[in-house]
Structures are given as C-alpha cells and as structure tokens.
Design a protein around this ligand. Structure first.
Ligand SMILES: [Zn+2]
Ligand SMILES: [Zn+2]
Length: 245
C-alpha cells in the first residue's frame, strides 16, 4: 500500500495552517489584475470567470443553444458516474488559476478554487465520503502535493463529509494524455487505479479532480469504485474542458 510521504504531508499541513491563519488578516493582490482583494481574486475578476451556464446533467458537456439537459453521447452510452459537476469551463483565464494552484503552490488560489467548488457545485445529494483522483507516487514526489487532494480537503471540510486520503492508488504512470485520441486515452487509463481501503458503509462516493478533459480518467476511477462495491459515484471538478472529446 502506498503511504502519503510524511515530509510533504507535514509541509502541506504547515503551509495550510500558516495560509489559513494569515488569509483572514492580510489584504492580497488579485492574482489576475493586481487590485487589492480579500482573497486571491477581486470581485470583478471573480465575476468574469468562465462559470459554466448550461451543461449536460451527466457529463457537463456544454449544451448552449439547445433545450436538452443531456448530451447525445450520454444518451447512447451513459458514463459510469451518476453526475459530473463542474463550476467552470476550462478556458482563459481559469487555466492560469489552475496552473498556479497546480504547479506554483499558490495556496491562496488553491483555497479560493476549493471554496468556490464547495459553494457552487450544489450536488443533488451529498455522498457518504469524498476521495481525490490519486497521483502516482513518482509524480507526487516531484510536485510535492496532489492538487486534487488539496481541493478535496477544503471541500470535504466545508461540506462536512469524510475524506479518505488513501482510498485508491495509481498502479502505474500513464503516458501524457494530451495528444491521444479519446479511444487511446481510454486504453491508456485502463487498470490505472486500485482500491486500497474504503469504509464498508460508503455506498455513494464523490471523486474530486481539478480539471476534467475528456473524462477518461474519472470514468476509469468510477469503474474501479463500482467494481469495489460502491453503488453511486459522482465527480466534482473545478473546470471542464470543452474543446476535446
Ligand atoms: Zn482582479
Ligand atoms: Zn453528457
């Protein structure tokens, strides 16, 4: 079983503590425009973000200009998760916020994105527990933290749902998905996850991820959870890409 590295766990814990203590006291500069703000973004930049307006109720694909609530793909082949909830469509300038949270350890941005997810995802029903899409230990050591897990910590705390940090693990490193076709992505992630330990009463689980691109990864993790006996899986993501299928 893979254990979260102690040092990076300690580092992440101390950083969170310092950040949570200071963020209520110190004014900040808006990450996008530089104006004084009480959080990582000022009110105007927050308002102008790519809030998702109308998406498929199953997979959050944009459905602008139609009266449909579900996309053609989900009608033909429903995904293994019950619903994918997103706050944003992945586009400029949201991509810069995600990258700051993901690669630059920008805790103020990470906290804001987690708060926005907790406040705006509005799931139909709360799950028995929350997990994050796991990273492979090699990638985790390189980056120092798993941004999906850090978002999951913020959301689980605010929604008062239990979080299982080591519920699942990544069994191998996947090839970068960026240039693969959808079918190749599905193949690339097959067997990628393994369930370590889940509380027996967890019938309904929410998976947290920062960005869902084609959905191949969260489909695979959902399948893995369903095979392990979970009855319903939802996906909570910060942003959904709409340009790749
Ligand atoms: Zn601003
Ligand atoms: Zn759909």
């Amino acid at each position: 079983m893979f254990h979260y590295p102690h040092l990076s766990d300690l580092y992440a814990g101390l950083s969170r503590l310092a950040h949570n203590t200071l963020r209520h006291w110190l004014p900040q500069s808006c990450f996008l425009c530089g104006a004084t703000a009480q959080q990582a973004l000022c009110g105007a930049c927050l308002h102008d973000l790519n809030w998702q307006e109308q998406g498929c109720i199953r997979c959050a694909t944009q459905l602008i200009g139609t009266n449909d609530s579900i996309c053609g793909q989900c009608l033909i082949q429903p995904p293994p998760f019950q619903r994918l909830y997103t706050v944003f469509d992945y586009d400029y300038p949201l991509d810069n916020l995600i990258k700051a949270a993901k690669y630059q350890t920008n805790l103020a941005v990470l906290q804001l994105l987690g708060d926005l997810m907790a406040n705006h995802l509005s799931p139909d029903s709360l799950p028995d527990g929350v997990i994050a899409v796991p990273m492979h230990p090699v990638d985790l050591r390189r980056r120092g933290y798993n941004q999906a897990l850090e978002l999951a910590r913020i959301i689980a705390k605010q929604l008062q749902r239990p979080l299982q940090v080591n519920a699942c693990q990544c069994t191998r490193r996947k090839q970068p998905q960026a240039r693969l076709s959808y079918q190749a992505r599905l193949h690339n992630v097959r067997g990628l996850f393994q369930v370590n330990t889940l509380p027996a009463h967890w019938q309904h689980v929410a998976i947290v991820d920062d960005v869902v691109t084609t959905g191949a990864t969260v489909r695979e993790l959902s399948q893995t959870l369903l095979h392990a006996g979970v009855k319903q899986v939802d996906v909570w993501c910060c942003a959904r890409r709409q340009d790749l299928r």
